[in-house]
Ligand binder design. Structure first.
Ligand SMILES: Nc1ncnc2c1ncn2[C@@H]1O[C@H](COP(=O)(O)OP(=O)(O)OP(=O)(O)O)[C@@H](O)[C@H]1O
Ligand SMILES: [Mg+2]
Length: 253
């Protein structure tokens, strides 16, 4: 059964400019999918629609065989427990006054009912260690974190309640090369050890290659190709996929 299933999803911010056109995308249990596309292709809009954070013009989102949307968003506690999300600008979603350990412990308390202080702290520290955040930073306030540190705290917060699916929107784009490798390892580990399904949103082909079983390519609000990662990289079908694979950054000497 799919953890999440998008069925002919349409979305417009303004009536004149549709952003998503009949998008179908399903993610199976434990599957790792990369949503690859250039800037403005609609990747973040699609994940926000999948999370019922954007109303659909038409179509439906199902999770674990149940309807997520259309329907009342107030009744989605079960869904918020199963599907965790790291937004594209995660620093903005952290309470600046809150301390790192409390930020990561909070979903364990709210969604998993853990109340024991020592258990919360130990669980939060374990997951922070997995994303490479040194113990010295566990007690600092969010306002004092760098962008890359805040990004790893947001990933740790999303992994802490052991979701069935983690949706991460550009989770490594603000990180330097060693930290990228660390976060990719942490996501791989979550998927291998707990069977967490992943939806990795990225415009970076190498990140998609490193962390996915399947790549769905998005272009102008449509999924234009959706195949096994190895097959797609070896023989891209769609011109947009070929363009993305050929685009190697070039900098003047
Ligand atoms: N709140 C909004 N109101 C109006 N238009 C929006 C809004 N958010 C996004 N858009 C438009 O929708 C389109 C898709 O944007 P989206 O953020 O989904 O792209 P993306 O693929 O995530 O890009 P990036 O890789 O730069 O993050 C763009 O044309 C964008 O300008
Ligand atoms: Mg985006």
């Amino acid at each position: 059964m799919s953890v999440i299933d998008c069925v002919r999803v349409r979305h417009s911010y303004t009536p004149a400019t549709p952003v998503l056109h009949d998008v179908d995308l399903a993610i199976g249990d434990g599957e790792r999918v990369a949503l690859l596309g250039r800037s403005g292709s609609g990747k973040s809009t699609l994940v926000r629609a999948m999370l019922a954070l954007e109303p659909l013009a038409s179509g439906a989102i199902h999770c674990d065989g149940r309807v997520v949307t259309p329907g009342p968003v107030r009744r989605l506690r079960w869904f918020r427990r199963l599907v965790q999300y790291v937004p594209q600008d995660p620093g903005a979603t952290l309470d600046p006054q809150a301390r790192v350990l409390d930020i990561v412990a909070e979903p364990l308390r709210r969604l998993c009912g853990v109340t024991d202080r020592a258990r919360l702290t130990a669980a939060a520290a374990t997951v922070l260690e997995a994303v490479g955040l040194p113990a010295a930073l566990h007690t600092v306030r969010a306002r004092d974190l760098s962008g890359g540190q805040a990004q790893r705290v947001a990933i740790a917060r999303a992994l802490a309640p052991e979701p069935r699916l983690l949706i991460a929107d550009e989770p490594i784009s603000g990180l330097d090369a060693p930290l990228r490798a660390h976060v990719i390892d942490a996501l791989r580990h979550a998927s291998a050890s707990r069977g967490t399904a992943l939806l990795l949103v990225t415009h970076d082909v190498s990140a998609a290659a490193a962390l996915s079983d399947r790549i769905a390519v998005m272009h102008d609000g449509r999924i234009v190709e959706d195949r096994r990662t190895g097959d797609l990289l070896a023989a891209p079908d769609h011109p947009e996929t070929r363009a993305l694979l050929a685009a190697v950054p070039r900098f003047p000497a």
